[in-house]
Design a protein around this ligand. Structure first.
Ligand code: FES
Ligand code: FES
Length: 159
């Protein structure tokens, strides 16, 4: 099968690879780059556990081909912690008990961090809308909403 050379900036580092045209971005991240924080759940664009940022926008990486990320910037959940300090949304998920099994958590964190980057004061409705493509079978979502509100307070200097 024909291979394509791609150049992708992943978590701030330039990466080059020869990939098959059918390779999904989620497999490129997990298998080629060993960035296994991005999970795979359904593989059919329903669950959202594979969410990463592609040029700053949250995308389900099981719906994107690696070749489509050529020339782009991709950030995974591994990028949220900076200099040993957790992102406010990571701290808030811990403090507000927004996870149980944790399988959905990397995707949730990427969706919620993208929301907060675009909107520092989201309403409950906006939070629920943002996470509507991320399934969680454990929490019932209430504590996830509370965690995003708490993260917003932190980012605005209020918590
Ligand atoms: S694995 Fe990508 S949406 Fe479920
Ligand atoms: S914490 Fe288990 S699926 Fe969300």
């Amino acid at each position: 099968m024909a291979k394509h050379r791609i150049s992708v900036t992943v978590n701030g580092a330039a990466r080059e690879a020869e990939v098959e045209s059918r390779l999904l971005l989620v497999h490129f991240l997990r298998e080629n780059l060993r960035l296994t924080g991005t999970h795979i759940g359904c593989d059919t664009s329903h669950c959202g556990v594979c969410t990463v940022h592609l040029d700053g926008q949250p995308v389900k990486s099981c719906t994107v081909l690696a070749v489509q990320a050529d020339g782009c910037s991709v950030n995974t959940v591994e990028s949220l912690e900076q200099g040993g300090k957790l992102h406010p949304v990571q701290e808030a998920f811990t403090e507000k008990h927004a996870l149980q099994c944790g399988y959905c958590t990397p995707g949730m964190l990427m969706t919620c961090s993208a929301l907060l980057a675009a909107n520092r004061n989201p309403s409950e409705q906006e939070i629920r809308q943002a996470i509507s493509g991320n399934l969680c079978r454990c929490t019932g979502y209430l504590n996830i909403v509370k965690a995003v509100q708490h993260a917003a307070q932190k980012m605005n200097g209020g918590a």
